[in-house]
Structure formats: structure tokens, C-alpha cells
Design a protein around this ligand. Sequence first.
Ligand code: ADP
Ligand code: TRP
Length: 332
Amino acid sequence: MTDNSKVVLTGIKPTGTPHFGNYVGALQPLIAQSQLQKTFMFIADLHSLNLIHDAAEIKRHTYEISALLIALGLNLDNAVLFRQSDIPEIYQLNTLLMNVTPKGLMNRAHSYKAAMDKNTDAGLDIDAGINMGLYTYPILMAADILLYNSDIVPVGADQKQHVEFARDIAGHFNTMYGETFKLPEPVIGRDTGLIPGLDGRKMSKSYDNTIPLMAPEKDLKKKIMRIITDSKTPEESKNPDESTIFQLYKHFATDAEIAEFAQMFRAGGMGYGTAKTILFERVNSVLSGPRAEYERLMANTDELDAILADGAARARPVAIETMARVKRAMLG
Ligand code: ADP
Ligand code: TRP
């Protein structure tokens, strides 16, 4: 993905404090990509509104994600980092796209279907607690993608359907009003596998089993020491592939170190306490530099505001141009 003639765009929802799973599955690939090519990268705060109704919380998560990306080496020359809500044209395009989006498409959205299934399982009304923000979520996402003339949208597998919907919506629009939008394509990143959490299930804020990536050193150590293991004695041979400790270590070490750690699991003689200490020391040495920069940025949110404002200023002209084109097509 190093073709700079293609517009690359992705959004990150500020719904939680970033954890190791978010880092490996979503943030790290974006940082790597920013070394290679220009990318529109926005904090999708409007998308978090269907879930979070506390402005301070959305703002805090927006800062956390921005600070984290920057502290971990996001290339700000290539990455146009901005807040979704800072671009007024997004609200306008969202409203207009409502009129070319078939309702049936929204009924089929995985996110809406998952919410309905949850209600059914809980014996509730099928639409209980579901607001129109959630129901029309894919239209807002299509607006994000189309507003910036995106060609390529790197996302996790769970978001593929939404990008396909954006493509469908662009296609409907072009049929009704003439060629206006490019048809975007989802790109599903390298499968990093799911990072397990403290209890061995998928690490997720919904399971309350996360390790925050930028936890202070003491908390990081405490969390790592709390990773649940089986009851094998230190002497017994252990399967690294079944160990959360090893699964986490893999993302912070070189191939040679990974092979060596796997060998220590298999050989026996290493207790889980020792393995956790090795994991902690490795992770901490990789993260201590970025953590200091993260803490500095979180204490200087003016600096983050300036970076986000600069990103918005770079993104906005594209949005204005697209909106003018769409208004002309729909309203003359
Ligand atoms: P959570 O599961 O904590 O609610 P989100 O659903 O907000 O996290 O995830 C944001 C992105 O982070 C996802 O698109 C996914 O790519 C990535 N991600 C989240 N949890 C993991 C995990 N355990 N392993 C790998 N990637 C993950
Ligand atoms: N819906 C995405 C998620 O939940 C975030 C997002 C919003 C996005 N708008 C986008 C991703 C546009 C890619 C392109 O993770």
C-alpha cells in the first residue's frame, strides 16, 4: 500500500482507553502505514455518540488515542490526524446520503443485527436501547469514506461490511445522479490474531479483562502478574501457544527472542511467575519511552488540540470540494 495516488482513510472510535488488543489489532498497523504513505486518520467521535453520552469521556478517549498514536511514532507528515466532528461537511453529507440509502441495507448491518440478537437473548423488545445513531451508523461511515474521495479503507474484519455498504451507497448515488463518488475498497490488514486478555478470553473492554497500553509501570506490572494461567508446576513443560503470556510477548520481541521464549516454555523449569516477569520487563522496556511522551502529551492537551486542528485544516478543503459537488448533483 505505498501508492500515493490512492487516497487511504481510516477512522478510530474513541470508546475506551486503548489496550494491548487495540494496539496490536488496530493502532500499530496504522502507525506502520503512516511511515509509508499519506493517510487520512480521524478520531470517529461522532460514531461514539450512539454509545457514550458523556462529553468528557469522549474527549478524554480522543486525547488518549491521539497521544498514543503520536507517542508510538505516528508520522504526522503523512498522517492527516483529525477529529471527525471538526469537519462540518460530515454532518451535511450524512444528511444527504440518508436519501440514497435503502432502509433494507441498514436492516442487514452486522452491528444492528448484533444489538437485536442481544436484546432477543435477554428477552427484551428487539429494538430496546437501540438509537437511530446505531441504526444509521453505516451511513455516517459511508459519509466519512466518500467525503474524502477514499480509494482504500484499511479496517479490521469486523468493519468490512460497513465499507462494502459505503461502496453500495456510492454506487446508488452515481446511478441516480451521475458519476460523483469513487468506489472505495476495504483492505483487511494482516491477521494479527486476537490478543487474549487477563482471563484468556479476547481482550476487550466489554469483558473488563484489558491491560491498558499506557498504564503506569506499577499498574502494568500488577496487571501482568494477574494474567490467569493453568496450574502447571514450574517443572512441567508448557505449550506457549496456549499461554496468554506468550501471546502478548510475541508482539514485543524479535523472532529470535520469541523462539527462545517458546523453547523455555516447552523445556519446563520456568514457572509462570518467572514468565510474567520476563514479559513485563520486555514490554516495559519497549513502552517506557513512548509512555513518557504519552504522559507529557496528556498533560499538554493544548498541543494535542493544535495537532488535531492542523489535521482538520488539511482535511477540510477536500470535504468542502466534495460537498459542493454533491450539492450540485442533488440540488442544482
Ligand atoms: P473492545 O473489544 O475493547 O471494545 P473495539 O471493539 O473498540 O475494542 O476495537 C477497536 C479495534 O481494536 C478493533 O477494530 C480491532 O481491530 C482491535 N481489537 C480490539 N480488541 C482486540 C484484540 N483482543 N485483539 C486484536 N485486535 C483487537
Ligand atoms: N466504524 C469503525 C469502527 O468501529 C470506525 C470508523 C468510523 C471508520 N468511520 C470510519 C473506519 C471510516 C474506517 C473508515 O472501528
